[in-house]
Design a binder for this molecule. Structure first.
Ligand SMILES: Nc1ncnc2c1ncn2[C@@H]1O[C@H](COP(=O)(O)OP(=O)(O)OP(=O)(O)O)[C@@H](O)[C@H]1O
Ligand SMILES: [Mg+2]
Length: 191
């Protein structure tokens, strides 16, 4: 049996060590900047470690001097900031020079192929796609396509599940990722 998630935070695959590291820093009242590429799972980790009283800035990008000044006041008053951005370099973040040095930068890296496969299986299960519909070779290829990025694995699973519910065949992973991107883009432009 697995313990119930607290506070409705999503179940995370392969992030136990990172979550423990970030919780340890927050316990020590350090402010933290999670950084890594899109879809790597920064916001998911923010949700997992969230606690009341924490000042969360997600996404941490194009930071204005007003926001930076506010964060500086929070930190100077012994408050804790948890930020999530695509970079840890001041030049790419905005007006962060006077706050960035106070934060511990924690890189969110790719998941292992095994974790990505587990995530794919969970996502397909949750979407009602029967295990028998998914070939091992499909899972291996999907893990390669996702390249350790959970957001990509979720996107592939979502596209496949949508087609499955519509009574259509399981797409090759590469195609599923393209379809999901395209559908996502057209939804954005329609909406
Ligand atoms: N370890 C994980 N286990 C299960 N699902 C995950 C995990 N990490 C991320 N996800 C899922 O993958 C998707 C992308 O993750 P998330 O939004 O956290 O990425 P991000 O790094 O914040 O991306 P962005 O830079 O675009 O904000 C989400 O649906 C999230 O729930
Ligand atoms: Mg995010």
């Amino acid at each position: 049996m697995t313990p119930h998630d607290k506070g409705g935070a999503p179940h995370l695959v392969g992030r136990a060590a990172l979550v423990a590291q970030v919780r340890g820093l927050l316990d020590a009242r350090r402010s933290v900047l999670l950084f890594g590429p899109p879809g790597i799972g920064k916001s998911a980790i923010v949700a997992a470690v969230f606690r009341p009283g924490l000042a969360v800035v997600d996404p941490f990008e194009h930071v204005s001097s007003a926001v930076a000044a506010k964060l500086r006041r929070v930190m100077e008053a012994d408050g804790i900031v948890l930020a999530a951005g695509r970079s840890a370099r001041a030049a790419e973040l905005g007006a962060v020079r006077r706050v960035l040095w106070r934060m511990v930068a924690v890189r969110v890296g790719p998941l292992s192929g095994r974790d990505i496969r587990a995530l794919l299986c969970e996502a397909l299960d949750a979407d009602g796609v029967p295990r028998a519909a998914i070939a091992r070779s499909w899972l291996s290829e999907a893990a390669l396509v996702a390249e350790g990025v959970p957001g990509r694995a979720v996107a592939v699973a979502r596209a496949v599940a949508r087609r499955w519910r519509a009574g259509r065949s399981v797409l090759p992973p590469r195609l599923a990722l393209v379809v999901e991107r395209q559908d996502g883009l057209s939804q954005k432009t329609e909406g």
